[in-house]
Design a protein around this ligand. Sequence first.
Ligand SMILES: Cc1cc2nc3c(=O)[nH]c(=O)nc-3n(C[C@H](O)[C@H](O)[C@H](O)COP(=O)(O)O)c2cc1C
Length: 209
Amino acid sequence: MEAFSNSFRSDLSQLMRWRRDVRRFSTKPVDEALLMQCLDTFRLAPSVGLSEPWRIVRVTSPDARAKAIENYQTANAEALEGYDGEKAAMYSGLKLSGMQEAPEHIAVFCDDETTQGSGLGATTMPEMRRYSVVGAINLMWLHARANGLGMGWVSILDAPRLCGDLDVPPSWSLIAYLCIGWPETNSTTPELETAGWEHRHPDLHIESR
Ligand SMILES: Cc1cc2nc3c(=O)[nH]c(=O)nc-3n(C[C@H](O)[C@H](O)[C@H](O)COP(=O)(O)O)c2cc1C
């Protein structure tokens, strides 16, 4: 393989800088081939013991999508109850999912009982299977952004309820509910930072021992 060029390195850095968690989508559909290309990035991802424990469910039926949106609304209302005063007012003003508008909903699971990889690395630390799925999602996130698509990760959900509604096997745990579509805006600043909820910390928390 030839070395990557300076221009590629610069573009890659820009890609990471411009990747955002997107919650504001236009309703323009996503081309099927492009979506499949995004999902194909899972094949390139590292996984503990090469277990490839990711399981992907495209949530396409109106019924399943409606149940997921209702799940989010209930969970979000419950989450709001955990805040008081100014923080509660701010939380209620945040847009924390683009589920209504996003043309594509993808639920990503980890098969905690996969035999692929024969337990290598996961016998001692079974959580590594789930971390492998998270790593794969990040590859897809970047690939989507490189193609102009936005992706938003929704975790304000009752996971067992979602697993039941999507009728997935008991060994699958929910890792991510992803909304994919064309972003309304692009920015180098996380939306939570713009909204004043939180900001990126300047300290990387690196220690030496
Ligand atoms: C595991 C995970 C779960 C997340 N869940 C949510 C969520 O439920 N709702 C939301 O609005 N953003 C969610 N986010 C997005 C984060 O808020 C976002 O990554 C963070 O604010 C930094 O912004 P950026 O991704 O645009 O850099 C999640 C991100 C991750 C990595």
